[in-house]
Structures are given as structure tokens and as C-alpha cells.
Ligand binder design. Structure first.
Ligand SMILES: NC(=O)c1ccc[n+]([C@@H]2O[C@H](COP(=O)([O-])OP(=O)(O)OC[C@H]3O[C@@H](n4cnc5c(N)ncnc54)[C@H](O)[C@@H]3O)[C@@H](O)[C@H]2O)c1
Length: 264
């Protein structure tokens, strides 16, 4: 468990759920972690959890949509741990980004784009400016299946995620000569921590692997992408979704249902 030994990583939105799972796992893998979240008490709680398990972490309360705060976030990582090697863009508007397009005004659209696409852009570029001068690094983005197959009621969110996928590819090209890899995670349905089994099974019915994802499902792929095992991977987006994006029909309406598969 030391695949990230010697690395300093910022994980945005790591006060809960997916970001928290990545921060905890990065610390277990030897990284020094900046737990960034606008909800200060959640960031503090994750730092305590990491420290209690013997890891190294500091809390940061940056709003990723604000350029001055993002510059200060990078400076905070460098000051606390002497460098910055991995920037995981994870935080943003998720559950508060659901509204039918007729009910959403332009302020709603701008807020979702600012927290997601603009936040990814600002954190990536600020991190890259440091990494370019200090031997390179890795930038991880977080998209969604909604970037390629839309959610109902999530116009602004899906547009932000489509932008994040294009941003991932474009940054990969601009930053490759500086030794910086830019890669993306595409989560499927990842149940919020504390979800009931009933909530999880409702979504599980649409998933080829037949279960809802949990936050920890995102952690292994996030470690791989940040590690030297992924040294030749850049510009790629990896779905972590139990197979949802590759299927034409959900199992519930499949003409060749799973129940009819051969017994082995
Ligand atoms: N959970 C899923 O099913 C799912 C599916 C597809 C994509 N994703 C993506 O994965 C990421 C994490 O999702 P999650 O389910 O853990 O979401 P979440 O809402 O539980 O966590 C997001 C975190 O980001 C923080 N945050 C929000 N705006 C911020 C800002 N401006 N600056 C700093 N922090 C901010 C929040 O406080 C929160 O702690 C998101 O990018 C989301 O779009 C999640």
C-alpha cells in the first residue's frame, strides 16, 4: 500500500462521498493529502480520519470556482508538504444541479458551470503552472455518464461534464510536453455514503454488474491514474460505472434478459 509514496495530492470536494474515499485511500497509499472542500467541518472531519489512521493530511476550504482561492490552494499544498504532484478535480455541483430546463434560470446554469467546468479549469491550470516548473505531475478530472448520455433535468450539469471531457483531452495536449498527464474518471451511479440498501437496489437493476457503486469503487482507479503504473496514459477518460455506458438497453427492458443466460 505505497503506490503514491512521496506524492502530494489535492483532492477537491473531498469532505464526503467519492472525494473522501479517494483522499482516505491516497493517504493509505502514502500520499500527503490536502482535503479541500467548501464545507469546512466535512474537510476537517476527513483530515481527522486520515490522521487517526496514521496518514498525513491538511484541510483547505477553497471554493474551486474562485481564481484567487484556487491559487491559494496550490500555494497551501506547496507550503504544507513541499510540492504538488497530483490534482484530483472532484468537487462541484451534483445533487443541487437538478432542475427542468424550463425552471432553471441563467443564474442556475452559470452556478453549475462555475462549480464544475470553471472549477476544473482553474484548479487544473493553477496546479499545472506549479507542476510544469517542478518536474511534472498528474491532473485527474471527474466527468459523468451524463457527458455522453443525458440525465433528465440535468441540462447544465451534463453540459458541464461534456465540457470537462473536452477539457481533459485539450489540457492533455497542452501539458504533455511539460511532463503532466491529464486523465479523467467517469463515475456511474455511485450511491452516497449512508444510502439504504433499498436506495441502492433501485439503481442496481439498471447496472450490468448488478449493483450500485459505492464511493470506494472510485478509489482504486483514482490511485492507478495517479500512479506511475499509468505513466503512458494521458487524455483518456475511464468509465467506472459497472458497465452502464456500454449497454444499449437496461436489463429491465432487455430483449435477451439476464435470467435467460446459460447456467454454468
Ligand atoms: N455519485 C455519483 O453517482 C456520480 C456520478 C457521476 C459523476 N459524479 C461526479 O463525482 C464527483 C463527486 O460526486 P459525489 O457524489 O461524491 O458528490 P457530493 O455532492 O457528495 O460531493 C461533492 C463535494 O464537493 C464539494 N463542493 C461543491 N462545490 C464546491 C466548490 N465550489 N468548491 C469546493 N468544493 C465544492 C461539496 O461540498 C461536496 O463535499 C462530482 O464531480 C460528480 O459530478 C458522481
Amino acid at each position: 500500500m505505497s503506490r503514491l509514496a512521496g506524492k502530494v495530492a489535492v483532492i477537491t470536494g473531498s469532505g464526503r462521498n467519492i472525494g473522501r474515499a479517494i483522499a482516505v485511500r491516497y493517504a493509505q497509499e502514502g500520499a500527503k493529502v490536502v482535503v479541500c472542500d467548501i464545507v469546512a467541518e466535512n474537510a476537517d472531519g476527513v483530515v481527522e480520519e486520515i490522521k487517526a489512521a496514521g496518514g498525513e493530511a491538511v484541510a483547505d476550504y477553497t471554493d474551486v470556482s474562485q481564481p484567487e482561492q484556487v491559487d491559494a490552494l496550490v500555494a497551501h499544498a506547496v507550503e504544507a508538504f513541499g510540492g504538488l504532484h497530483v490534482m484530483v478535480n472532484n468537487g462541484g455541483a451534483v445533487r443541487d444541479a437538478v432542475k427542468h430546463v424550463f425552471d432553471a434560470d441563467i443564474a442556475f446554469f452559470d452556478r453549475v458551470i462555475a462549480n464544475n467546468l470553471r472549477g476544473h479549469y482553474l484548479c487544473s491550470v493553477a496546479a499545472a503552472r506549479h507542476m510544469a516548473k517542478s518536474g511534472g505531475g498528474v491532473i485527474i478530472t471527474t466527468s459523468s455518464g451524463g457527458a455522453t448520455r443525458a440525465h433528465r433535468g440535468m441540462t447544465a450539469y451534463d453540459a458541464s461534464k461534456g465540457g470537462i471531457e473536452a477539457l481533459t483531452r485539450a489540457l492533455a495536449l497542452d501539458l504533455a510536453p511539460y511532463g503532466i498527464r491529464v486523465v479523467g474518471l467517469v463515475p456511474g451511479f455511485i450511491a452516497p455514503d449512508g444510502s439504504t440498501e433499498q436506495d441502492k437496489s433501485k439503481n442496481a437493476a439498471t447496472v450490468p454488474l448488478q449493483r450500485a457503486g459505492v464511493s470506494e469503487d472510485m478509489a482504486g482507479p483514482a490511485v492507478f491514474l495517479a500512479s506511475d503504473d499509468a505513466a503512458y496514459v494521458t487524455g483518456s477518460l475511464i468509465p467506472v460505472d459497472g458497465g452502464v455506458l456500454v449497454q444499449q438497453r437496461s436489463p429491465e427492458v432487455e430483449t435477451f434478459p439476464v435470467e435467460g443466460f446459460p447456467t454454468v
